[in-house]
Design a protein around this ligand. Sequence first.
Ligand SMILES: [Zn+2]
Ligand SMILES: [Zn+2]
Length: 352
Amino acid sequence: MRALKYADPWDLRLVEVETLHALRPHDVVVDIHYCGICGTDLGIASGFYPVAQQGVTIGHEATGIVAEVGEKVTNAKVGDRVVINPTPFCGACRMCESRRTNHCTNKMGTESGVSYDGAFADRFLTTQEYVHVLPEDVSLKAAALTEPLACVLGGVRQLDLSLPSPYTFVFGAGPLGLLYVWALSLRGVLPIVIERSEARLRSAGPRLPKGAKIYRSLEEARRSHFHDPEAPLDLVIDTTSGMLMELYPQLACGSTFLSVGLKTQDATIDALQLADRSLTILGSIDSRDGSFSEAFNLIASGLLPAEKLISDVISLEDYERAFSTLGCDIRNQQLGPAPDASCKVLLSIGGE
Ligand SMILES: [Zn+2]
Ligand SMILES: [Zn+2]
């Protein structure tokens, strides 16, 4: 079987490896059909996310068809169409017991595709608690967005949305930003989206929930949407990693800033202001405490039209083109904004 391995920064290799089999009683082996490319994968490929283990198979947003099961597996059988939760947790450690399963202390590192072998491969080996069988009418493509949505819901769960405010902003209209807009809109909050890149702006417009507005800058949003150059910031979700220092002095009293980008970015903030203006600064990573099941339900029910967010489906052997569609040019070792009007890019491994 084929597997796309991380060797070194700017050095990914599609190699032949030994075919995986279900050898233990609760093992499930999935023939991978689709696996989404995440910002994390771009960070690994470019060396900006130095958490990945060398030699690991990357990819963690996968769906496929069950190929083999161990004798004690009860929730899936060969031939079932499934989505994979790539984030293991033990359920018993201090972190798991306090509902911080994403920081389980008994898992090695972070998740499949980063710390251990992931799903940019013909097959993926997991155990039964990490596969969810899809209803017939949910496509393998749509369900590939379950994992990123689960991460988004993990972030949304930390926000106090009991006082919904029109002054809610999402910075960055990539797949993560759009999933935040959708997740918030399903909770009755319709954020304003800010996206600098012309290509991303074009791509995002038709993929937003009805009524959501997108602008090139905060200034434009304030002027055109609120007709107030000083429109306040009550809730900010930053998917770019780069807005904290710039926006900090402008945050409204009692407001919340949630940072979910994974780029290294130093920021200095004034602790007096933090207290004096009752500010909340949050971060969020990975799915947590049942958010994967919640994401599965939102996609399976059609409440979140996941397929709308997919812009490209590119075959595994063409991975370099797929990465460059998202601004990660492996050949020339350059990471920049996505050059084309792309959104979520899936690698097609076994097709539908
Ligand atoms: Zn991801
Ligand atoms: Zn644990």
